[in-house]
Write a protein that binds this ligand. Structure first.
Ligand code: ADP
Ligand code: MG
Length: 289
């Protein structure tokens, strides 16, 4: 497989993390290569955001090892990490009255330091990134006054503008409408094709199935499974990890996976169908259509 020969961008070895007494990540061992799109999946509270926080240097008191581009995260100054790792957070803290454009410019600061912004074309870079996310019209708007989906597009654009070698996204498309979900996930594949390692938390398993080369499935802070998307996303595994019945099917047009959580109504209908077919079977003669 092409991915197997690519250098690892992220290496976790026996990684553990806790908030005080609460252990939230336990003994995670995995590697993510440059150019891969890897889905980080798992139920609420399984540790996805905590793992993103470890990798972005926000949670430096972890045990074991977490290396990004060969360097141990806890030993890498935040500013240096920010030059190679971009994050689209689950929730943006909107404290100041910043416009979208200014948010991108601030995000670019670790890359250009004290240089004159205009002389290095930073404005052009920021505007181009906004345009790639369909957010060019939001440049002059205050982040605090945007809808959740608009804000996600701006934060996505901020991450793309940084041209990171490692891109971490935490439910970054959860508030987007279907068009923007597809467009922004398409951007993920583009940046991965250019060599960036992409790790993205998804709650929508259909999007994960469509866009991820591999997935890491977390369950109560442990790695329940790690591997090619189609191998990990199975009825039995998802049903066990998410504690609700989840069907996995193959789309008849695209050949991709379709992941469907079953409502209690659908479960009842299926159970009824099974009962009917059981009672049909002995009576009905074999049919050849
Ligand atoms: N700042 C915090 N202090 C204490 N516990 C926390 C904190 N943040 C998250 N947790 C706990 O850590 C666990 C993992 O949380 P998180 O990584 O946010 O999960 P996920 O992103 O998969 O929903 C949860 O049980 C959560 O309650
Ligand atoms: Mg989370």
């Amino acid at each position: 497989m092409a991915e197997a020969v690519r250098p690892a961008a992220i290496e976790l070895a026996g990684l553990g993390a806790r908030y005080g007494e609460r252990e939230v990540l336990r003994d995670l061992t995995a590697a993510i290569a440059e150019g891969e799109v890897v889905g980080l999946l798992g139920p609420n509270g399984s540790g996805k955001t905590s793992l993103v926080r470890v990798l972005s240097g926000v949670l430096p008191r972890y045990s074991g090892s977490a290396r990004v581009l060969g360097r141990e995260v806890r030993a890498t100054p935040r500013r240096e990490l920010a030059r190679t790792v971009a994050v689209v957070p689950q929730e943006a803290r909107v404290v100041f009255r910043f416009t979208a454009l200014l948010v991108l410019l601030i995000g670019l600061h670790p890359h250009f330091g004290g240089l004159d912004f205009e002389s290095v074309g930073v404005f052009a870079l920021a505007r181009a990134a906004l345009a790639r996310c369909g957010a060019e019209g939001l440049a002059g708007r205050l982040l605090a006054e945007l809808s959740a989906g608009e804000r996600q597009r701006v934060l996505f654009a901020r991450a793309l503008a940084q041209e990171p070698r490692v891109l971490l996204l935490d439910e970054a498309v959860s508030a987007l409408d279907l068009r923007f979900q597809v467009e922004l996930c398409d951007r993920l594949r583009e940046v991965a094709a250019a060599g960036t390692a992409v790790v993205s938390v998804f709650h929508d398993l259909n999007l994960a199935a469509e866009y991820c080369d591999r997935v890491l499935l977390l369950h109560e802070g442990r790695l329940a499974a790690c591997g090619p998307t189609a191998e990990v996303l199975t009825y039995a595994r998802l049903t066990a990890v998410y504690s609700t019945e989840i069907y996995v099917d193959v789309h008849d047009l695209t050949g991709g996976l379709v992941v469907t959580p079953l409502s209690s109504r659908a479960r009842r209908a299926l159970a009824l169908g099974r009962e009917e077919s059981r009672s049909d079977t002995p009576a009905s003669p074999a049919r050849v259509d």
